[in-house]
Design a protein around this ligand. Structure first.
Ligand SMILES: Cc1cc2nc3c(=O)[nH]c(=O)nc-3n(C[C@H](O)[C@H](O)[C@H](O)COP(=O)(O)O)c2cc1C
Length: 405
């Protein structure tokens, strides 16, 4: 188990241990995208965790690309709140854990899932009948090449702000069906962003370049990447004609990332809107969570084997509950991953790693129950948290926004 507490060097800096707090949207920002009370509460709890990396949730680069009216949005109006929160987080972490974690912001454009005012206003890479079944009446806007050409400027602006407010790293998000991820499967789109892999990955890689140019070497550039979408061709990438996982294109993309100096990749897969149990195995799902864990393990292993010098973060681990840290240590020991990422567990039990260090085990009455109530809150336009383990704060929202509906 001591491997969890072993430091790793990335981007010329030392990460204190192998525990990563995954990006987890709380949908609790201010209307203009700033840090509100619940946002602050969540991140200050995370700051006490002793994790080596804290990965800030999806944070929009433009108003029209927000996934909900309370999604974080880093801009001139909101930046001071971020700077203050980061300062507080580092102070708490140093005081209580003896070190400051690396703090990364996940920059995003929600694309097909944009709902800036609470109703869907999808901006899509292409029309997708697999996805749009039953939702044909939404006002789909296919992102024009001109619109795409300008996105890298939006990323550059947000990246400069991220640097100014004090983030250590910037994640150019490319997962879960959001804009850049959707472009990877724009096989049938015409023009400069569709067709060949080079074209489909262009928007994503251009934005990596643009963020790098904007921040120089002081802030590192990383990415949360869908290893595969697990949607059938031609609606998903990372799958073959038989609809099996095929990581050939993913490896080409990772090579491109490597050329651009990316040393850390946070791996995930699937689409949480249609097949949520693929990226977060859970109870009451169409497949046993163990199958989901095996899929994630296998995919992470294949990519780590192909790219031994890239540092990977594995996902889905909250499913392992009380045994999650043993599972993670085993995966690291076996060379499957370098870091263990935790999502739902951080909402349920932000102190889990400190408890482990102190007591040699996790408290079974505090671990994530993989019940998906955090997701239910989010999907019902509420604030996301754990209504079971953090009941005093989140059960009232669950009653009001989920049960009463
Ligand atoms: C409520 C909720 C919010 C999430 N928000 C994000 C997000 O902002 N960005 C992201 O890349 N993934 C997001 N995820 C996915 C998690 O980061 C993570 O990949 C997933 O929960 C699986 O890990 P786990 O088993 O440790 O929970 C979210 C998941 C949930 C349940």
């Amino acid at each position: 188990m001591s491997i969890l507490n072993t430091p790793v060097s990335i981007y010329g800096r030392k990460i204190k241990n192998r525990i990563v707090f995954h990006p987890m949207e709380g949908c609790d920002g201010t209307r203009n995208g700033g840090i509100d009370e619940l946002t602050r509460r969540r991140y200050l709890r995370f700051a006490r965790s002793g994790a080596g990396i804290i990965w800030f949730e999806a944070t929009a680069v433009c108003a029209e690309g927000r996934a909900n009216p309370r999604q974080l949005y880093l801009n001139e109006e909101t930046k001071s709140g971020y700077a203050e929160l980061l300062r507080e987080m580092r102070e708490i972490a140093v005081n209580e854990c003896g070190f400051a974690p690396a703090i990364i912001v996940q920059l995003t454009h929600s694309g097909r899932f944009s709902k800036p005012d609470g109703t869907p206003e999808p901006i899509v890479a292409y029309r997708n009948s697999h996805w749009e079944k039953g939702k044909e009446n939404q006002p789909y806007t296919v992102a024009s090449d001109e619109y795409c050409n300008d996105i890298s400027n939006k990323y550059a602006v947000a990246a400069k702000l991220a640097k100014e407010v004090g983030f250590d790293g910037i994640d150019v998000k490319c997962c879960h069906g959001y804009l850049f991820n959707e472009f990877l499967s724009a096989f049938e789109r015409e023009g400069r962003y569709g067709g060949s892999l080079e074209n489909r990955a262009k928007l994503y890689l251009d934005c990596i370049d643009s963020v790098k140019n904007a921040v120089g070497n002081e802030v590192f550039v990383t990415t949360r990447l869908n290893a595969c979408d697990c949607f059938p061709y031609p609606y998903g990438y990372g799958v073959n004609a038989e609809n099996e996982i095929d990581l050939t294109e993913t490896k080409i993309i990772i090579n491109e990332l490597k050329k651009r100096g990316v040393e850390l990749i946070n791996l995930t897969l699937g689409n949480p809107y249609l097949i949520p149990h693929f990226n977060r195995p859970c109870i009451n799902a169409p497949e046993d969570g163990k199958i989901g864990m095996e899929r994630i393990y296998k995919v992470t292993n294949e990519l780590k084997t192909a790219f031994p010098d890239i540092r990977f973060i594995m996902s889905g681990l909250s499913f392992e509950g009380e045994n999650a840290l043993e599972y993670a240590a085993h995966a690291i020991e076996n060379g499957v991953t370098d870091f263990a990422g935790f999502g739902r567990m951080t909402f349920a039990y932000p102190d889990f790693y400190r408890d482990y260090l102190k007591n040699g085990k996790l408290d079974k009455n505090k671990v994530c129950l993989k019940c998906s109530k955090c997701t239910e809150l989010m999907r019902n336009a509420s604030v996301a948290g754990c209504p079971v383990r953090d009941a005093e704060t989140y059960m009232p929202y669950y009653r009001r926004d989920v049960l009463k509906k």
